[in-house]
Write a protein of this length. Sequence first.
Length: 364
Amino acid sequence: GIARDITERKWAEEALKESEEKFRALFDYASDSILLMKLGDGGAPVIVDVNAATCEMHGYSKEELIGQPISMLDDPETTEQVLERARRVLAGESLTFEGRHVRKDGTVFPVEVSTCMFNIGKDKYIIGIDRDITERKKADEVLKEAQRLVAEKSAYLDSILQSSTDMAIAATNLDYVIMYYNPMAEKVFGYKADEVLGKTVIEMHTKEKVDHSRFEKAVEIVKKEGFYKYFVKKELKDGTQTFESIVSGIRDKNGELVGFVLMSRDITEQLRVQAESMRTSHLTSIGELAAGVAHEINNPINGIINYARLISRKRKEGDREFEIAERITKEGNRIADIVSSLLSFARGDIKEKKSTNLYGVVSD
């Protein structure tokens, strides 16, 4: 029995020694700072052991740290928080929090601390694992600044889109769920934003009894060519409105398609101006032609009239030649009037409207 007890005790001692060696290896070679502390006078934790990472992080040697209060490493502004956290840990809590430590050279840096209490025999110890989070904080600041800039630019872009007074804009994701809908879209399409946001294009087409195949065709063209343009006419009480609509793809920074945007604007007035411009151009061409024709006709017709008048003066009234000459003069004058009208049209002269006897014209 005695030999067995001695053997078991040796096994236990060897197991304890092996466990201590493993702990010491983990303690010494951990990349994070590890501090072992006990409560000192006044309830403040006192450092009893540190690993190499602690020394490197704070710029002190191991001998300089052991026996010193933890407040030596803490930012003076956090002293009260340190005492409060120590009380909570000794009461059984495990804490993880962010704090600020001070290096030997006086520089302050942010740390993330994980701490808990454990017993060795009758003594209570606090273990603190500290991680320098300077780079994480810098990354967080960069991220926050990037998010701020994105939010700022998004708000700026949104204000531009929202204030668009002639362009209806609606955007969807790849599932055709409507994600954006500006005020002009409300006027053009007749639905409020809260009636369409979150709904799919298919749902809205079904509601409007619109053939969805046109949208599917547009999507296929957009995927291949980048955009799709079409025109829509709306019949109103006071006429017809024509809208030019363009569907194009929304792509991320890698060029991947992430959604679609529809932009639609009323081009009724633009088409009217274009039609008026074409009409004016046609009239100008006709006027130039009329001026040329009038010039070519005017000279010979004046000669004919003059010869007819000459014959009339040499014949007596009632003679057949006299009647023919008078008829030539009359018809020549009528042609001259037509030529004069053509010239007036070519010059754009405004003539006074007057009544005329069509019977005489038809009879002639």
